[in-house]
Each structure stands twice: as structure tokens, then as C-alpha cells.
Design a binder for this molecule. Sequence first.
Ligand SMILES: NC(=O)c1ccc[n+]([C@@H]2O[C@H](COP(=O)([O-])OP(=O)(O)OC[C@H]3O[C@@H](n4cnc5c(N)ncnc54)[C@H](OP(=O)(O)O)[C@@H]3O)[C@@H](O)[C@H]2O)c1
Length: 287
Amino acid sequence: MRIAVIGADGQLGTDLVRTLDKDDVISLFFPEFDVTEPLKMRTALEGLKPEVVINTAAFHRVDECEDDTEASFRVNAIAVRDLARLARELDFVLVHFSTDYVFDGRKRSPYTEDDPPNPLNVYAVSKLAGEFFVRSLLDRYFLIRTCGLFGEASSREKGYNFVDRMIALNREGKIVRVVDDQWVTPTASAELAERISDLIRTEHYGLFHLTCEGECTWFRFAQEIFALMGKKARLEPVDSKSFGAKARRPLYSVLENKRAKEIGLKDFSAWDKALDVYLREKGILPQ
Ligand SMILES: NC(=O)c1ccc[n+]([C@@H]2O[C@H](COP(=O)([O-])OP(=O)(O)OC[C@H]3O[C@@H](n4cnc5c(N)ncnc54)[C@H](OP(=O)(O)O)[C@@H]3O)[C@@H](O)[C@H]2O)c1
């Protein structure tokens, strides 16, 4: 299968390119390939003739999005509209990623694809707008909501992922304040890439929630990192209010992989098992 990966050196992009090694993969890198430049994007994709385009590009520094609504919408919504238009015109299947943050967290039990979104911050509003463009313009698409990614390449946009960040801060010997009232599901981008590889070979188009299994707060996640490493860490649990981040975040954004289970996609690991694998593959724990 001829597959173009946008953001091929990002956290998820890196794992996708690695996982799709038996396919004819075209890696697209920013800034040479910029989703906010529709004309250049059109020329490039017209020439490359992919059957599938996987878009991992995002503006997802959530607190910065509050101040830069335009940049947030440019990458997370308008560019996605342009890609969806191209998908229709050039006849490729679009795979696009969205976020657990489209929900407001009031449900307090795992969100399925059938639950209505109600975003609380600019980032999430822009991602939801991107979702609507994909859903309104296309029939053949895979729209994936995921949560709390950690992968070997770390998030390019943020400069780190949560696991690496916790380890680095602990190394500095500081007391690390971690939010203990936001429930999420940390998800290994390596596993997500494997599920995407399976999913794109089906015709089960549409919206999917794809995350690891289980749930925890960010504080509990941090505790598990150091428990697995057998290291003492000076972690301080704090609530969202005292943490004082600029953007409001849902207190509960755990997703249920309902559709994935219905179509028989391979189950994800529990998040703590996936974390163990990640630490071993990264060389932080012995193999
Ligand atoms: N990370 C998470 O915890 C998380 C949670 C839920 C959903 N998601 C979603 O999952 C997707 C992948 O996340 P990730 O963690 O893999 O992100 P990432 O590591 O930041 O990767 C994004 C990639 O896109 C590239 N990019 C940025 N702006 C671009 C543009 N205008 N045109 C083309 N490429 C551009 C980046 O290049 P440069 O690095 O050179 O800028 C990078 O290679 C995103 O849609 C994100 O919203 C992520």
C-alpha cells in the first residue's frame, strides 16, 4: 500500500513509519511539507499519488493555543479541511488524529464514539472543528481520537512527552508537582501505530477511539514510571486549580475503544504494561 505520513519525524509519525515498513511509505517532513500551504500540498500529493495519507501534524501545545487561536485553527482545522478536500479530489483515504480533550469530563465513565463532545479549551475546539471537516467532506476516512501519547521519538511539537519529562525533572532533584484530579489513559504511540496499520487495511471507515486500556491520573502515571524504574521520586499531587495551567482541561477524558472492539481490532495493552515495554525499548529498564 502506498502511504504518505505527514509529520513523519513526530512522536506518532516515527512509530508509524517504523510499523509500516512493509508498505511503500512516503515520509513527509515539516517545513518542506506544510499542511498550512494548500497549493504546495496539492502539487506534492498529486505527484506522489498515495492511496492513504496519515496526518499527524498538529498545533497541540494546549496552553499556547489559548493565546494563539489563529495558529491553532490554521493547523488543527483549516489545514485539515484542505487535506479533506484533497482526499476527495485525489481519491486517497485520509487518516487524521483528534483528542480526548473534545469531551468536558462530566460523564465520569469512559467516553464512546457516540458521546457528544463539549470542548473546554481552544485546542480542543480547533481539533473538533478539524473532525467536523473530515466527517462532513469525506466518506472514506479514519478519524482517531487518542490520549496521552508516549513514544520513543517524544512529542516534537511539545519537545517532550510526559514520561521523559518526569524522568528529566526528577533527575534535577526537584519536587515535581503533578496533577492528581485529571483522569486519562496514557497510550503508547507504538501500539497505536500497529492498530492504525491494521485498521487502514479494512473498510471500516469513520470515527474511532484508540487508547491503551485502563485509566489513571497524571500523578498516578508519574508514580508508576518511578515504581517500574525502582527509583524514589519527589512527587507532589496537586489539583488542577492549584497547578494553574492556562487552558481548562477535562477532569475525566478516558476513552472507550468501543468501535475498535466491535470490528475486532486487536486489543490494546493496559497502559502500565505499555509503559513497561516503552521503558525497556528506550533502554531505561533492561530488556
Ligand atoms: N501527544 C499526545 O499526547 C496526544 C494526545 C491526543 C491526541 N494527539 C494527537 O495525535 C497527533 C500526533 O501527536 P504527536 O504527539 O505525534 O505530535 P508531534 O510529535 O508533535 O508530531 C507532529 C508532527 O507534525 C509536524 N508538523 C507540525 N506542524 C506541521 C505543519 N504545519 N505541516 C506539516 N507538519 C507539521 C511536526 O514537525 P516539527 O516537529 O518539525 O514541527 C511533527 O513531525 C496529533 O494530531 C495530536 O493532536 C496527541
